[in-house]
Design a protein around this ligand. Sequence first.
Ligand code: TEU
Ligand code: CA
Length: 538
Amino acid sequence: MEEKINWWKNSVIYQIYPLSFNDSNNDGIGDINGIREKLDYLKNLGVDVIWFSPIYESPMVDNGYDISDYYKINPIFGTIEDFKNLLNEVHEKGMRLIMDLVVNHTSNEHVWFKEALSNPNSKYRDYYIWRDKPSDINSVFSGPAWTFDKMSNQYYFHLFAKEQPDLNWQNEDLRKEIYQMINYWLDFGIDGFRLDVIDLIGKNIDNKQVADGPFLEKHLKEMYDNCFRDRDVMTVGETPALSVDRAKELTTYPKNYLDMVFQFSHIALDEVKGKSKWHKKMLDLVELKELFQSIQNTFKTSGWTSLFWSNHDQPRAVSRYGDENYNYESATMLMTVLYGLKGTPFIYQGEELGMTGIKFDSINQYKDVESINMYNEYLNLGYDEKWILDALHTKSRDNSRTPMQWDNSKYAGFSKVKPWIEVNENYKNINAQNQLNDKNSVYNYFKKFFELRKNYQTFIDGETKFVEIKSKNIFAYQRLYKNKNILIIGNFNNKPNELTIDIENYTLLLTNYENKKIKNILPPYWVGVFMEELNDDN
Ligand code: TEU
Ligand code: CA
């Protein structure tokens, strides 16, 4: 079997969090028809592929990552007809659509789990993981990963909320049902999947091998053979615990069970090692650059990777790595230095506007199950509330889940009624309507950058070589390809910094400051994309 056509290598992928994107029927919840209204907005931005967080039937304990029926659309988002129309419209506009696939666990309201619970002799019992005694594995959302079932006197296993029981991937019938379901959606016409925590399906919990477990490759290969191998679709695995080397291995021909993965090593750099994500530390830029350099080296000749700062689980990039007081400058610098690297760019909704995180005053304003559980857990551990709220302000998943800011009307044009989660109060400044009309907006810079990116093969195939990697403030690298080399220089700092890189042979193609003349001192968050054209015989 030959390697697949790699359209996804040159695609810009945009993640939609349906709950918070656009509410068409004014019930406070984003929906499919709301997305349909905004397809031109996405097309105009330069988006090629849209990824949807889950829209399947779900009791929404974890906002749709707890699926109770894989074949049904959650009525809060619309109907299967709406979805069909959306898919057609996406295709008509020359874009593609990928869905989220959550198969490490289901909702506890999935009929399989209900059967497993009420009827321990049914075949569905073994679709889940049961033990007489719990081990000391903990759930990602606080507390033990085991919940006791009185009736059968056994514990079931759940790495996330107790309403998200883990599926038993050792069961062959279960695997067949999953492949059937995947093929149903692929036959429906979607263009691929983002596979939620797919690095967990090979686990052997009795040996405490959870992430990248001993059965991972076997299951991934089987899934690939049964679902993806003979189709022109893309897959991106969410693999929070996979090493970079393993990410390369699994995305390299002849394995390529996945086209690419989300690898999270850069995400952990502002967290205290060995502690939970709530313990933050200052990002060390040199460390970040060295990590990116090593990732880029890993994928130099084979395999493929994704590029992302944020998603629905991560804080907003501007608030995390940039500076809200330099919103435009830092948002544009951040995107340029990241998306200039080798890999497929993923934009999280609102990132193209420089949307920021939120700082709710009270736990009651938070909606995310992880945030609420953490609040209670840390209170019990004796942390004071101020510390907890501060940690939530930096890291809560709700930071990126507030409604999209479309315009300056009440509720930011997301809805006409009070949304399910509060709108960020900065919507009067930061919104799509303002930015579409302003040629110097984050949105229009994004658009220009991606137009540029698509014009040069260098961005796809060029080798990445960091420049002055030990600099504490400047993020700079070259992309070397044939006779067209790109150089990107960014001031990763809210203070002016000296330019010490030789740019003599380069032409400036794009910068985020109006004044195109480059001086020796780069202003806060200045970024520039340069090009060097060599003679053909060079
Ligand atoms: O996330 C998996 C995951 O392990 C993390 O991203 C996690 O949510 C985060 O680190 C918590 O701090 C995926 C989904 O993206 C997430 O929304 C779901 O809650 C989770 O799986 C369970 O399905
Ligand atoms: Ca709605």
